[in-house]
Unconditional design. Structure first.
Length: 115
């Protein structure tokens, strides 16, 4: 379960910002999670609820918000893009396998709301 490692990484970054900006409380953290990143949002949420209680009091009530980033693939043969999940690696426009993922396998800290 790499979700726990992801949560620890995010909380480490948030704690660094708390120190840098003397934040007393963090209201929420918004993560962007790619739909083919391998991260399961439900597991991320479960780990979050447990992990924030193990951190400094400023994080004990911090809400986790998750936004899904759509997976988009680019076809080098025809130059078009398409939704990856329903189509896979083969381009639905021209049938080529010369494709690569543009977005959807990443996760980013989008926003941290300070109170």
């Amino acid at each position: 379960m790499h979700e726990l490692g992801t949560v620890f990484y995010v909380l480490d970054r948030v704690e660094e910002l708390c120190d840098e900006h003397d934040l007393k409380e963090v209201g929420s953290v918004t993560l962007e999670v790619g739909e083919v990143s391998g991260i399961i949002p439900m597991y991320l949420t479960d780990c979050w609820g447990w992990a924030i209680k193990k951190r400094r009091p400023a994080l004990h009530n911090t809400e986790l918000k998750i936004e899904t980033l759509k997976a988009i693939t680019y076809c080098e043969a025809c130059g078009k893009t398409y939704d990856t999940v329903p189509q896979g690696k083969i381009c639905p426009h021209c049938g080529s396998g010369q494709t690569y993922l543009l977005t959807g396998n990443e996760y980013n800290i989008k926003e941290i709301e300070a109170c």
